[in-house]
Design a protein around this ligand. Structure first.
Ligand code: ADP
Ligand code: MG
Length: 237
């Protein structure tokens, strides 16, 4: 029998990365602090997810757990089909280096002064394990694509904080990882640099990369596809 005009709603898209019930308590001198309490997070491919909330609300802890930098006391972390929370510390480190991109808050912490800007991209590919790694010409082309063509031949100390952070995202995106995680990338930048950084982030999401950023920068929050708000270790929206 025909079902006539019955239309079934499309099933919700399966998120690319999922955190379920993430819980983390830190011991302190006078007791403990609950940095995260039973927090869930869904991350979709090609979207910018911003984890927002005041200082101390648990943003960095959540991102560290998602990126496998730390392990929660409880909770599941799935990225692609991998249960990251079940990996050893060593396996998580290898996974992070080869499979995803991580951007630390201080621009210079993401880069090496041993190489110029294009060389940092090549070096990122070496760390990924690419044999052979991309050529300097390929690195220059990649910088062009990300609107960073002008910085290719410069040394790292010759770059502004904003340029360093854009380069850090370019390095994190080497090898086209499906997930890039960045903690407070605009914290040390002026608003114009933050604005330009957003265009680099947008090029990554347009290529299908899931970008997860911890930030209370209103411009990043406004630009997000999804905003997850934390307060006192709890997800409030
Ligand atoms: P945010 O990134 O939103 O500022 P964090 O995730 O860094 O928040 O921290 C959440 C809470 O956990 C804060 O109260 C912070 O002081 C505490 N915390 C984070 N890391 C540690 C640690 N290694 N030892 C003790 N307390 C910590
Ligand atoms: Mg933080």
């Amino acid at each position: 029998m025909s079902r006539g005009t019955d239309v079934q709603p499309a099933p919700p898209a399966v998120p690319f990365a999922m955190v379920r019930g993430a819980t983390r308590r830190f011991a302190t001198l006078d007791g403990h602090v609950d940095a995260l309490v039973d927090v869930d997070l869904d991350v979709a491919a090609g979207e910018l997810t911003v984890v927002a909330g005041p200082s101390g609300s648990g943003k960095s802890t959540l991102l560290s757990i998602l990126a496998g930098l730390e392990r929660g006391d409880r909770g599941e972390v799935t990225v692609g089909s991998l249960r990251v929370d079940r990996l050893s510390t060593r396996a998580r480190r290898t996974w992070r280096r080869t499979e995803i991109g991580v951007v630390m808050p201080r621009p210079s912490d993401n880069l090496t002064v041993v190489h110029d800007a294009a060389g940092n991209l090549v070096w990122s590919d070496v760390l990924r394990g690419a044999r052979p790694p991309m050529s300097v010409d390929d690195a220059r082309r990649r910088l062009d694509e990300l609107g960073l063509g002008e910085v290719g031949a410069r040394s790292i100390p010759q770059l502004s904080g904003g340029e360093q952070m854009r380069l850090a995202f370019a390095c994190a995106a080497v090898g086209d990882p499906p997930l890039v995680v960045a903690d407070e990338p605009t914290a040390s930048l002026d608003s114009e640099s933050g604005h330009v950084l957003l265009t680099v982030i947008r090029r990554l999401t347009a290529s299908g990369t899931a970008v997860v950023v911890a930030s209370h920068d209103p411009e990043l929050v406004d630009a997000a596809d999804v905003v997850v708000r934390l307060d006192d270790g709890r997800r409030i929206s």
